[in-house]
Write a protein that binds this ligand. Structure first.
Ligand code: TXD
Length: 314
């Protein structure tokens, strides 16, 4: 008897609600929205259930305020936490969101010990590291969502600048999910053609800068929260790669074990994502400038990780 897939979304806010719709539209499995806010997961699940016949979908949708409803989840996507407000950095969320991730991680460990866990909560590199330490799950089953979003943002800005379809631009943004992220221009292709055929170095440098600040640009416009459509699309893209064993080549926050000269920290790197979770880190060749930028980004990540280690030891 085939078993239905279960996807739990811990955090039923802007991103969580959007992911629930996307998962139902793609029929990735049954969706459980879990949140501490009473009524919100239940209300969003009921609203989506009403849309079921119209999508159409066979996904069952439910909402809960009880972590026990994580039971036997195949995938858990965590957005629980506070988003940024204008003027806040991702690091400003560190303390409060660490506390939330610790609580959620303990609940996942207890109720869904075999789940593939995707962390979205910021500051991402620190939160996915904390999640892996709190759950104690093998590192291939605890992955952070940021690189798909950052690479997508870079590719979207390149497509707009050239005037071509966003479908035909592929990009690779490595490093921490912060201001020091590293868009690798050399690896950006437009329909298989190097992006430098279309855009000058100055234009590409400007796009790199705008990519690193893209989250802040949306926060400043929205004023009441951060980006949620493209983050939700990115997380569901990763969940689908896992659930369908698609072996997608994407950028994700992965625990490094010597790759690029780092061990024991999470960072955004090219990976193969399939049915066994994070199946491989692809150690692409970096030139001197790229390595310098990556190392600078890793300095920022390492300082966040050191903070988490201190908190975990308390
Ligand atoms: O690329 C990326 N990784 C980033 C991540 C892209 C965009 C947003 N990024 C971060 O995701 C953002 O800075 C936040 O830390 C998370 C979630 O963003 P979202 O926009 O969805 O925030 P909301 O709408 O405030 O939703 C968060 C929900 C909210 O409903 C809270 O009640 C809930 O999290 N919450 C909890 N749920 C379960 N358990 C606990 N403990 C809990 N605490 C808060």
């Amino acid at each position: 008897m085939a078993r239905r897939t279960k996807i739990s979304l811990v955090g039923a806010g802007q991103i969580g609600g959007t992911m629930a719709l996307l998962a139902a539209q793609k029929q990735l499995g049954d969706v459980v929205l879990i949140d501490v806010s009473e009524g919100v997961p239940q209300g969003k699940a009921l609203d989506l259930l009403h849309g079921g016949p119209i999508i159409p979908t066979s996904s069952a949708l439910s909402g809960s305020n009880d972590y026990a409803d994580l039971k036997d989840s195949d995938v858990v996507i965590v957005t629980a936490g506070l988003p940024r407000k204008p003027g806040m950095s991702r690091d400003d969320l560190l303390d409060v969101n660490f506390g939330i991730i610790k609580t959620v991680g303990e609940a996942i460990k207890k109720n869904a010990p075999n789940a593939f866990v995707l962390v979205v909560t910021n500051p991402l590199d620190a939160m996915v590291y904390a999640m892996q330490k709190v759950t104690g799950f093998p590192t291939h089953r605890v992955v952070g969502m940021a690189g798909v979003l950052d690479s997508g943002r870079f590719a979207a800005l390149v497509a707009e600048a050239i005037g071509v379809s966003a479908e035909d631009v592929q990009a690779l943004v490595m490093g921490g999910h912060g201001d020091t992220m590293v868009p690798l221009i050399r690896y950006c292709s437009v329909g298989g053609i190097p992006v430098t055929h279309f855009l000058s170095q100055d234009k590409l440098d400007a796009i790199s800068k705008r990519t690193a600040n893209a989250g802040g640009e949306v926060v400043a416009l929205l004023k009441t929260g951060s980006a949620f459509y493209s983050p939700a699309l990115s997380a569901i893209h990763m969940a689908e790669a896992y659930l369908k064993d698609k072996k997608r080549v994407i950028t994700a926050a992965a625990m490094l074990n010597g790759e690029f000269g780092y061990k024991g920290v999470y960072a955004g790197v090219p990976v193969i994502l399939g049915g066994n979770g994070l199946e491989k880190v692809i150690e692409v060749e970096l030139d001197a400038g790229e390595k310098k930028a990556f190392d600078a980004s890793m300095e920022a990540v390492k300082s966040l990780v050191a903070y988490i280690d201190k908190k975990l030891a308390e």
